[in-house]
Write a protein that binds this ligand. Structure first.
Ligand SMILES: [Zn+2]
Ligand SMILES: [Zn+2]
Length: 369
């Protein structure tokens, strides 16, 4: 038996997302579907391979096992087996082909209905200002539903297995004739599952899944922002009946800094400037978000609220994982002294006489008085 590269079969890269896997699978399955290639044995073989590859790679758990190897995932083994994982969208895919033929077997529709994707799970991760700035690898507790180890996810007590519901024959629905209409209602015996469990597993109570607090390692990129949402595919709750796992969303909650305010990739800092510095101009030292200081040159006659931009002294851009940085915006906060020494007062009084200016002249002009 020859080992087959499942990624090659689906014509995708090892890093392909679930979306890419699905898209490629749909494209290839359409092309090689037996209904589209009547009597073509090669196409049929290829179709089986494609199905098998999709079955493994579309299931994050199986995919991980396959990636980690060395396990015996062989090209032809299990191919075309009905009831495998990952067929949730097969009816949609084959909509244009009419009869599915024997390829999927009779249980295909049942399988497709009872397989459910696991729930997406969202967790918050609290970060200090410093960790958000520098990036950090941290562990978060994620409350998830995991496949039950006792029953292997079937929900049936060890040694037993779920049975096809005798009431609905596994279809999950009951039809009643109401004159001209045929009404379909969920099966009362199995609740629409299509299967019944005679002896439920004692650990999960027949659910096939158990609640766990899973520790997940999350790498937060440098420059993470408050409210940033990171998606980790396949790390949410386990699917039901072999359905794919949901996704994990990690939302960053960054502690507020008493001085630096985030604005996009920039930081804004309000810096007190004395009225003498503002009038005469000065070189001042300003703290940087990551530690240390940066010098800023204020020109003579700097106004209150004036902003200066220090390029590259802001937050690392999370998208570039810290490769590029935003700016530090220095906002001038004019400080007017509340008390003066006698000598200072004399100087300022002399200055007032000297300048003899009317700063409100313009204002009254505009009002039209
Ligand atoms: Zn039933
Ligand atoms: Zn169980």
């Amino acid at each position: 038996m020859e080992k087959v590269d499942l990624y090659k079969v689906l014509e995708i890269s090892k890093e392909a997302s679930q979306d890419e896997i699905r898209r490629s699978y749909r494209r290839l399955a359409r092309k090689f579907h037996p209904d589209a290639n009547p009597g073509d044995k090669k196409a049929e073989e290829r179709f089986k391979e494609i199905q098998h590859a999709y079955e493994v790679l579309s299931n994050p758990e199986k995919r991980r096992e396959y990636d980690e190897g060395p396990r015996t995932f062989f090209g032809s083994q299990g191919a075309g087996r009905p009831g495998g994982a990952g067929f949730e969208d097969i009816s949609d895919l084959l909509g244009g082909f009419g009869n599915l033929g024997d390829i999927f077997g009779r249980t295909a529709t049942t399988t497709q209905r009872t397989q459910t994707r696991g729930e997406n799970v969202t967790v918050n991760v609290r970060l200090s200002f410093k960790d958000a700035l520098n990036g950090v690898t941290t562990r978060v507790g994620v409350p998830v539903e995991e496949g039950c180890g006792q029953c292997g996810g079937t929900g049936a007590a060890p040694g037993t297995s779920p049975q096809t519901c005798p009431e609905c024959g596994g279809r999950g629905v009951q039809s009643r004739d109401q004159g001209f209409f045929a009404l379909s209602t969920p099966c009362s015996r199995c609740g629409g599952e299509g299967r019944i469990i005679e002896k439920p597993c004692s650990v999960c109570g027949g659910q096939g899944r158990v609640r766990k607090n899973r520790q997940v390692k999350v790498r937060i990129p440098a420059g993470a922002r408050d409210g940033m949402k990171v998606r980790i595919p396949g790390r949410g709750s386990a699917g039901r009946q072999g359905g794919p796992a949901g996704d994990l969303y990690v939302v960053t909650r960054v502690e507020q800094h008493p001085v630096f305010r985030r604005r996009g990739d920039d930081f804004v800092v309000e810096v007190p400037v004395s009225f003498v510095e503002a009038v005469l101009g000065a070189q001042i030292e300003v703290p940087r978000p990551g530690g240390g200081t940066v010098k800023v040159r204020l020109p003579a006659g700097t106004q209150d609220g004036k902003q200066f931009r220090v390029r590259g002294a802001g937050a690392p851009k999370a998208k570039t994982d810290g490769g590029e940085k935003g700016d530090l915006i220095v906002r001038v906060g004019l400080v007017v002294p509340k008390k003066l020494k006698r000598r200072e007062r004399e100087i300022l009084e002399a200055l007032a006489e000297e300048r003899d200016e009317d700063v409100r002249e313009d204002l009254f002009k505009k009002v039209g008085t």
